[in-house]
Write a protein that binds this ligand. Structure first.
Ligand SMILES: [Zn+2]
Ligand SMILES: [Zn+2]
Length: 448
C-alpha cells in the first residue's frame, strides 16, 4: 500500500512561514492499494490538492472511497473543493460514522448551503454514494476496512485498512479513555498496564499494524488543560503503539499553535520516550507531502468484528435511559446530553431509588454514579448483575474516581464504559451512543 499525506494539521488550516515543514492543511491522507483502490482518510483542506492530483494523473472515470473519521470542520472543509466531485462519471463513496443526530449527507450538505458555498451538494455532477458505518469489518474495493469508535466529543471512527498483506490504522481524533496509564511499561500481548477497557480496545485495534497514524495534538504538559477536547499526547500514542507491536508510528493532527520547531521537538521527545520505554516502534511526526510504502509485514488479520447495519441512526434514538447521581447538576447535564439525542431520560438520586425504578421497568441503559451516600454505584451494579432481568443491562459508570483501582473495579463489576467527571455534553452523548450501538449488536437487537 502507498500512503501519502495531504494534510497533517488539526483544528484549523495554519499556513504561513512557521508551518512550511510539517504543513498547514488539515487532515487528509491518501491510501492506495496495489490493486489501484483509492481510499481517502478525511477530507480536510488537504483534499483540494489531492483532488487536483487525482484528476491530473488519472485517465477515465475515477472511483474513490472517502473514509471520514467524523464531521468536525478540519475533517470536511476540503470536501467542497475536491474537484473529482465536479466531473460527471466519477464515482465517489463517502463513508462516515453512524449514530450522529443527522445523516452524513445532511451534515455535508450543511456546509454547502448557498449561504456558505456557491454549489449545493445536489448539483455535484459525480455519482456520490453515502454510507454510514458502524464498528466492525467492511469489505470495500478488495480491501478490508475495520472501523472502531474513538474517544472524541463527537461520533468518531478510527479505521484500519488491510490490503496487500499490510495494514494501516488511522486514529484521529482521539484522547485517552483513562487519564493515565499505569507506569508499568506495556508489553505486547499484555494489556495489563491499561486500566480502561476503552484503551485496551484501542491498542488491540492497532495490534501488529505496519503503520499507525495517530493523533498527538498536545504535549504531556499541555494535556491537563485540554482534557475532554478529544486529543492525545505523543506519550499515549507511543505507549499504545509500543504495546500493540506496531512497526511504524506517525504522529499527526499537529496543533495550530505548534510551529515547525515545536513539532520537531515533539518528534525528538517522542523518539526518546519510545527508546526509554524499550519499544521497537519507529516514531516520526507526519508532514504534508510525506509519501511512503507500507510493505507486507506478515501480520495476521484482526478477527472480523460484528457489523452494525445502516439503520442505526433511527434505531438508536428514543432509548429509555436512567441517570443515577446524587448531584442534581450532574443529572441535569446528563439529561441535556441524552434528550438531545432523542432519548427519554428518567432520574434517580440514590441507589435505592434507582433499584426501585428498575424493578418497575428495566431501562435500555443505565448511567450510574459510583460515589453516592448510603449505597455506592458498585454495590448497585453488583445487585443488578445478580438478577436475571438486569444481568445484561448496559451500565455506563460516571465518576470522579478515575484512579487505577476504582477503574478496574468498575469494569470488573460489569460496567461497559467508565466516564470520568467532569465530562462535556457532546462527550457523554458520544460515549452513550457508542455503548448503545455495541450493546444492541451484541444482544442481537439490530439483527446483526
Ligand atoms: Zn480534528
Ligand atoms: Zn474533531
Amino acid at each position: 500500500m502507498r500512503v501519502r499525506f495531504w494534510g497533517t494539521r488539526g483544528s484549523i488550516a495554519t499556513p504561513g512561514p512557521g508551518t512550511i515543514r510539517f504543513g498547514g492543511n488539515t487532515s487528509c491522507v491518501e491510501v492506495t492499494t496495489n490493486g489501484g483502490a483509492c481510499f481517502i482518510l478525511d477530507c480536510g483542506t488537504g483534499a483540494r490538492a489531492l483532488g487536483a492530483a487525482l484528476l491530473a494523473n488519472g485517465s477515465g472515470p475515477l472511483s474513490v472511497t472517502i473514509l471520514l473519521s467524523h464531521t468536525h470542520w478540519d475533517h470536511i472543509q476540503g470536501f467542497p473543493f475536491f474537484t473529482p466531485l465536479f466531473v460527471p462519471g466519477n464515482r465517489i463513496t463517502v463513508c462516515g460514522p453512524e449514530g450522529c443526530a443527522r445523516s452524513l449527507r445532511e451534515v455535508l450538505s450543511g456546509q454547502m448551503e448557498f449561504t456558505y458555498f456557491p454549489v449545493e451538494i445536489g448539483q455535484l455532477p459525480a455519482s456520490i454514494t453515502f454510507k454510514e458505518l458502524g464498528e466492525g469489518t467492511h469489505e470495500m474495493s478488495g480491501a478490508r476496512i475495520l472501523a472502531q469508535f474513538l474517544h472524541h466529543p463527537a461520533m468518531t471512527l478510527g479505521y484500519r485498512i488491510e490490503a496487500d498483506g499490510a495494514s494501516v490504522a488511522y486514529l484521529c481524533d482521539h484522547e485517552p479513555f483513562a487519564e493515565t496509564l499505569s507506569h508499568e511499561r506495556a508489553v505486547r500481548g499484555h494489556d495489563e498496564p491499561m486500566v480502561h477497557e476503552g484503551d485496551r480496545r484501542h491498542a488491540r485495534f492497532m495490534e501488529g499494524a505496519g503503520l499507525v497514524i495517530h493523533d498527538a495534538q498536545y504535549t504531556p504538559d499541555e494535556y491537563p488543560s485540554k482534557r475532554n477536547w478529544g486529543h492525545s499526547t505523543y506519550e499515549y500514542a507511543v505507549d499504545l503503539a509500543g504495546a500493540a507491536g506496531v512497526r511504524e508510528l506517525l504522529l499527526t493532527h499537529h496543533d495550530p499553535a505548534h510551529d515547525d520547531d515545536f513539532v520537531e521537538e515533539i518528534e525528538r521527545h517522542a523518539r526518546g520516550y519510545a527508546k526509554r520505554r524499550g519499544y521497537r516502534v519507529q516514531v516520526s511526526c507526519a508532514y504534508e507531502g510525506l509519501d511512503l510504502t507500507v510493505d507486507p509485514h506478515g501480520v495476521e488479520h484482526l478477527p472480523a468484528a460484528p457489523l452494525t447495519p445502516h439503520s442505526d441512526r433511527e434505531a438508536l434514538r428514543g432509548m429509555r435511559i436512567l441517570v443515577v447521581d446524587d448531584d442534581p447538576d450532574i443529572r441535569a447535564l446528563a439529561r441535556l446530553a441524552l434528550t438531545q439525542d432523542g432519548h427519554s431520560v428518567s432520574e434517580a438520586s440514590s441507589g435505592r431509588e434507582a433499584l426501585a425504578l428498575i424493578d418497575a421497568e428495566v431501562p435500555d441503559l443505565l448511567v450510574l454514579d459510583l460515589l453516592m451516600p448510603a449505597q455506592g454505584g458498585l454495590e448497585v451494579l453488583g445487585i443488578l448483575r445478580s438478577m436475571t432481568a438486569t444481568a445484561a443491562l448496559p451500565v455506563v459508570v460516571l465518576t470522579a474516581m478515575d484512579d487505577k483501582v476504582n477503574t478496574r473495579a468498575g469494569f470488573e463489576a460489569g460496567a461497559i464504559d467508565y466516564v470520568t467527571k467532569p465530562f462535556t455534553i457532546p462527550q457523554l452523548a458520544a460515549r452513550v451512543r457508542a455503548c448503545l450501538t455495541r450493546s444492541m449488536v451484541h444482544s442481537g437487537a439490530l439483527g446483526a
